[in-house]
Design a protein around this ligand. Structure first.
Ligand code: PMP
Length: 409
C-alpha cells in the first residue's frame, strides 16, 4: 500500500495519453516568440490557446513598464501586503482599476485564483448562503470551501433556476445570499445574461459577484467586461478579474460598489498570508489597463477573427459549443479522439487547448481555441486549414491510434 495508490485511475489516464502522444498537462514550449507564435521541439507553432485576448504580452509599453519596475524596485516583493506593506504601484493599480470600473473599492491580488478564493471566503460567513452557477470555475468552488456558508448550485446560465432556488430558500436568518456567476465561460465560450441575474439577485435582496476573468478587456465600450456591455456595470456588487488574460501579466483584482469591501483586506486569509504581486507584474498590468480603456480597435479585430473562425469551422461541419466569440470550443466524441487530434494539430503547427473532464462542463472533450487581437486574417486561415486537414485525415488517424494502443498493450 502506498499513499499514491488512490491515484491509480489517474495514472491509467495519463498512460493512455502518453500512448497517444504528449502529456497535455505538461506541454513544454521552448520559446514564446510573440503573442501568436511559439516554438515546440524546434518547430514554430501558431498559438491559439493562450487566453492572450488583447495580445498585449509583447506590447512595447507593457514590456517597458515591467522592465522599469524591475530596475526601480527589484524582482520580488518578499512578503504579504499585510505583513510587509504595499508598494505604491499596488495602490496606484487599485485606484486605476477602481476608476475604470466606476467603483469606490478595488483590491489587487497575486493571482486570479487567489482573488476568488480571497473575496468569496471573505464575503460569505457561516450564516450566508452562496448560490453558484453549475459550471463555476475551480477557484470559485474552492473559495466556497473556505467558508462556513452553505452552497447551492443552480442550472448553468439560468436566472429562472436561480430565481426558483432563491425563492425556495426564503428568508436567510442572520445571513445573506451571495450569487456567483462568470461573464464569459472559459470552456464553452458562452456568455451569461448578467442583466437578468442582476434583477433576480436584487429582487431577493442578494449580492451579485461576477468573475469577468475572460471578459474584462474583451467586452464593453471601454473594455470593462460583459456587465458594461449589458449596461448593468453600476448594479453589480462585486467584479473579479485576472491579469493573466487581457492584462498580459499575472495577478487579479476584485472591485466593489460597496466601499465597505476595503475592510476585507483584514480578514481574507488567502490575501493576508501570501506574498504580494511582483513589481513587474503590477506595472505591466497597470500599463495594460490603459490599453484596455482605449482598446476598441483590439476588441473589434478580436470580434472579427472570432466570427471568421466560427463561420469556417461551422461550414466544415464541426460541432461548436457556443456562438462566435474569443473562445471557440470544438466538441469531440471522447477523450482519446480529442487527445489524438490535439497531438496532430501540434505536430502540424497549431496549438489549441485539450480540455477534458473533470475540467469541462457536461463531461465533454474539447479542442478549445482562444483567439487574440494579435491574430490576423491569415492566422485564422492557418487554423481553418489545419482543422480541414484534420477532418480529411480522420480515417488514417483513427487507424494509427488503434495501432498505437494495441502495440502498447
Ligand atoms: N477565473 C476563471 C473563470 C478562470 O478561467 C481562471 C483561470 N483560467 C481564473 C479565475 C484564475 O485566474 P489566474 O490563472 O490568473 O489565477
Amino acid at each position: 500500500m502506498s499513499i499514491f495508490d488512490k491515484y491509480a485511475p489517474l495514472q491509467m489516464r495519463v498512460d493512455m495519453m502518453m500512448k497517444i502522444g504528449q502529456d497535455a498537462l505538461g506541454l513544454r514550449f521552448d520559446d514564446i516568440i510573440n503573442a501568436t507564435r511559439g516554438r515546440i521541439e524546434g518547430r514554430e507553432i501558431l498559438l491559439a490557446g493562450t487566453n492572450n485576448y488583447l495580445g498585449l504580452t509583447f506590447d512595447e509599453d507593457c514590456m517597458a513598464a515591467a522592465q522599469k519596475a524591475v530596475t526601480d524596485h527589484g524582482t520580488g516583493t518578499t512578503g504579504s501586503r499585510v505583513a510587509n506593506g504595499s508598494y505604491a504601484e499596488h495602490i496606484e493599480l487599485e485606484a486605476a482599476l477602481a476608476e475604470h470600473l466606476g467603483m469606490p473599492s478595488c483590491i489587487v491580488f497575486t493571482t486570479g485564483y487567489q482573488t476568488n478564493l480571497s473575496a468569496i471566503s471573505g464575503l460569505a460567513g457561516d450564516k450566508d448562503v452562496i448560490f453558484m452557477d453549475a459550471d463555476a470555475h475551480a477557484c470559485i468552488i474552492d473559495g466556497t470551501r473556505l467558508t462556513g456558508a452553505s452552497t447551492i448550485r443552480f442550472r448553468h446560465n439560468s436566472p429562472e433556476d436561480l430565481d426558483k432556488r432563491l425563492r425556495r430558500q426564503g428568508e436567510i436568518e442572520g445571513g445573506h445570499a451571495l450569487v456567483v456567476i462568470e461573464g464569459l465561460y472559459s470552456m464553452f465560450g458562452d456568455v451569461a445574461p448578467i442583466d437578468e441575474f442582476v434583477e433576480v439577485t436584487h429582487n431577493h435582496g442578494g449580492y451579485l459577484f461576477i468573475d469577468e476573468a475572460h471578459s474584462y478587456g474583451v467586452f464593453g465600450e471601454t473594455g470593462c467586461g460583459l456587465a458594461e456591455q449589458q449596461g448593468v456595470l453600476d448594479k453589480v456588487d462585486f467584479i473579479s478579474g485576472t491579469f493573466s488574460k487581457s492584462l498580459a501579466s499575472v495577478g487579479g483584482f476584485c472591485a466593489s460598489r460597496h466601499p465597505e469591501f476595503e475592510l476585507l483586506r483584514k480578514v481574507m486569509r488567502p490575501y493576508m498570508f501570501t506574498a504580494s504581486a511582483t513589481p513587474a507584474n503590477i506595472c505591466a498590468a497597470r500599463a495594460a489597463v490603459e490599453k484596455v480603456k482605449t482598446g476598441g480597435h483590439l476588441r473589434d479585430n478580436l470580434k472579427l477573427r472570432g466570427a471568421q473562425l466560427h463561420k469556417g469551422l461551422t461550414e466544415m461541419g464541426y460541432d461548436l459549443c457556443a456562438e462566435a466569440g474569443p473562445v471557440i470550443a470544438v466538441r469531440r466524441p471522447n477523450e482519446a479522439v480529442a487527445a489524438m487530434e490535439w497531438n496532430w494539430l501540434i505536430e502540424n503547427g497549431v496549438y489549441v487547448n485539450l480540455a477534458v473532464p473533470p475540467g469541462t462542463p457536461q463531461s465533454s472533450s474539447l479542442l478549445r481555441i482562444s483567439l487574440s487581437a494579435a491574430h490576423n486574417e491569415a492566422d485564422i486561415n492557418i487554423i481553418l486549414k489545419a482543422f480541414s486537414d484534420l477532418k480529411d485525415k480522420q480515417g488514417e488517424l483513427m487507424a494509427g491510434m488503434a495501432a498505437k494502443m494495441q502495440a502498447a498493450q
